[in-house]
Design a protein around this ligand. Sequence first.
Ligand code: MRU
Length: 370
Amino acid sequence: MKIDGILTRSLWEVRDDPAAPVVGIIDQTCLPFAVVHRRIGSAAQMVAAIASMQVRGAPLIGVAGAYGLALALRDDVSDAALSTAHRTLNEARPTAVNLRWALDRMQAAVVPLPPTARAATAWAEAGRIAEEDVALNRALGAHGATLIAEAHRRLQRPVNVLTHCNAGWIATVDYGTALSAIYQAHDAGVPLHVWVDETRPRNQGLLTAWELAAHGVPHTLIVDNAGGHLMQHGQVDLAIVGADRVTARGDVCNKIGTYLKALAAHDNGVPFYVAVPSPTIDWTIDDGAAIPIEDRAGDEVRIVTGRDDAGAPTRVRIAGDETRVANPAFDVTPARLVTGIITEHGVAAPAQLRALFNDTPTVTSRREAA
Ligand code: MRU
């Protein structure tokens, strides 16, 4: 997508020194106030970037993890280095399954190879994972855009979409998941407006508002507790969120607060959609209760970061150290509250998710068949 009219991705390769490639990222902890590029030159730096949420969003974490492993092998091709990098990167954030998925895929690609071939293969595989992420998100967004266009045909007025957290292009390599659907509907001329949940404590809604503004999509920022009220008053036509992990039966783990929005949507007859590329689906578990929920630092709740009136970065303490804080970063929305899961293969009710994938060739197998 574009920043100031220039096509930009959230992560890219930097090959100033061909013998020692590094990775460029947008430091998302500086958004929405400043677009700061950083260079990640080692696996340890990538672990830190993922843990501190300089890179964030399930699909982007997966790609970042893949490059983290490639950086580790650039420096040391031994089995020991590989398994240490796999473990430390995987532990950087426990909830989004994309990270484990990408690391396992990287490991499988390099383990059978002689040491001399490992570094180049890892780098190439990370690049493939990044390009696939873009293709998957573009494809699922087209399916989601169709849903928004159908709502517009039915309503004959701009469609009001509610979203939570940031499931936009910066949470992926490009396009986004929930926002990919919104961008593609907007670009196709479907009139729409987006209610953007603030998403305390890290306020990823501000990133969503920043993205939507850059793309010219009408939107309104709301506090996290406003969604239910808006739904009761007929001001939300559908909700679309992303996810960090969807189980085989369609339970959805996403940013804390998603469950409450799904409950309110269910109570008010508002369709609730979840947009995910296939690497976000964890086919190994059925029950969302088995998903590890990341507990983050209490200071994320006690301290609000932003800019002062002069534009300088500032931190404001809103609770003292003596205040005990719980900060679970994600929650699980049971499949029964989910209207449909939007994937690169199409849209399916949770109970039909498995069939959607069993009946449709994957992107990779389609390419092999061609
Ligand atoms: O803690 P974050 O900001 O990494 O959480 C991100 C989310 O919960 C997103 O909704 C999810 O990863 C989908 S991103 C396309």
